[in-house]
Design a protein around this ligand. Structure first.
Ligand code: 6PG
Length: 248
């Protein structure tokens, strides 16, 4: 199934989803012999993929010294909290595999989410080497994304002003629309979109209702998040896929 600039790949289950995502990430890594930037996501969907990347099969294939790990959104809680997105990624795989200097967490010890957002934007710009993203030189090789029950992605919630941000790369979000109800810090659509590939993982029966709305083209954050000039791919498992869209 495909629309103009988004490819939807159906997979059987979460195991196949993790393998497919891992192979797509490996293809991007193999296609770039310089410094690689991967932007991770929170929530439960990517955890199987993270475990797979730490398994012998992938661990030995990843050139860890030249891969840099970022996070697309963060809950404004200490890194040690189980709610902290980068903290979870670190505990599941990064701390065992990646050099500490290649792990770029959103700082949540900042005074408030706006301050944290400014600090992360500065870190991203310094890594990228410019204050503006150029369409022919994406900030990230791959940006991983998930979709919430209300159609949010990263911490870009329906109706929030953060969605319309055009200048800033990272913004503070005072209140989340879904659990956990903690302030967030999120990359904006232009920053997330500056990637060779934006890769969504959507799995489970509970995602079927929101996928139905998204596939009908509702103006929701997940439908607005696209790679600018690269590929946008949604991996959707059987349980999540609305019946009316099966086989398309
Ligand atoms: C977060 C996210 C968020 C997440 C979706 C999907 O911090 O919560 O990054 O955008 O990706 O809500 O979450 P699940 O994978 O848990 O369904």
């Amino acid at each position: 199934m495909a629309d103009t600039d988004r490819q939807i790949i159906a997979v059987a289950d979460t195991a196949e989803m993790a393998r497919t995502a891992a192979e797509r990430i490996m293809a991007r890594i193999d296609g770039n012999d310089g410094r690689i930037a991967l932007c991770l996501t929170g929530g439960s969907s990517p955890k199987q993929l993270y475990r797979l990347l730490a398994s012998d099969a992938y661990r030995s294939r990843i050139p860890w010294h030249r891969v840099h790990w970022f996070i697309g959104d963060e809950r404004f809680v200490p890194e040690g909290s189980p709610l902290n997105n980068m903290g979870e990624a670190r505990r599941i795989f990064l701390d065992q595999c990646a050099p500490a200097s290649n792990i770029h967490a959103i700082p949540t010890l900042a005074a408030n989410p706006d301050d944290s957002a400014e600090r992360y934007a500065r870190a991203l710009k310094s890594f990228y080497g410019a204050d503006e993203c150029s369409p022919d030189r994406p900030l990230f090789d791959v940006v991983l994304m998930g979709i919430g029950p209300d159609g949010h992605t990263a911490s870009l919630f329906p109706g929030d002003t953060a969605l319309d941000e055009r200048e800033r790369w990272v913004v503070g979000v005072r209140s989340a629309h879904v659990e956990p109800f903690v302030p967030r810090v999120t990359l904006t659509l232009p920053a997330l979109g500056s990637c060779s590939e934006m890769l969504f993982e959507v799995a489970g029966r509970e995602k079927r209702a929101i996928l139905t709305r998204l596939f009908h083209g509702e103006n929701l954050p997940a439908n607005r998040a696209r790679s600018i000039g690269g590929q946008t791919v949604w991996l959707v498992d059987k349980a999540a896929c609305p019946e009316s869209f099966r086989g398309q």
